[in-house]
Design a protein around this ligand. Structure first.
Ligand code: HEC
Length: 101
């Protein structure tokens, strides 16, 4: 069996992919916001917490962690991972995170 068709396919794939240096736009799937965080009470979380990772990082934490845990988590995201979160949102985030987990 000849390998040439496979090579041609690979080459045409590379050619097709090479010149497309345009910015990509894509829509996140609707279910990327877990039901627990949909709605107005989850808005501050959705706006601040899904730039780097899935919101499952939040909803999969054990329940009943309390406000100190969540306050510390937000501060860690800012200080350790450089999250661009306005410190003025810290109280609102802590309250919202605490009520959902
Ligand atoms: C700048 C990027 C960034 C943003 C924005 C961000 N995080 Fe994170 N977060 C991370 C990284 C990096 C990890 C560690 C990932 C890993 O270990 O796989 C993480 C992990 C976590 C974890 C798992 C426990 C831990 O401490 O590692 C939780 C909970 C969490 N983030 C909550 C939040 C919340 C709440 C927000 C919004 C207030 C947020 N994150 C926003 C980067 C970010």
């Amino acid at each position: 069996m000849s390998r040439r068709p496979v090579l041609l396919l690979l080459a045409s794939g590379l050619l097709a992919a090479a010149p497309t240096a345009r910015p990509r736009e894509y829509t996140l799937p609707a279910d990327s916001v877990p039901a627990a965080l949909a709605g107005p009470q989850g808005e501050v979380i959705v706006n601040n917490c899904m730039g780097c990772h899935s919101l499952d990082y939040i909803t999969s934490q054990p329940k009943g962690k309390g406000s100190q845990f969540w306050r510390d988590a937000v501060i860690k995201m800012i200080n350790v991972y450089g999250a661009p979160i306005d410190p003025a949102d810290l109280d609102a985030l802590t309250a919202a995170l605490q009520t959902q987990g």
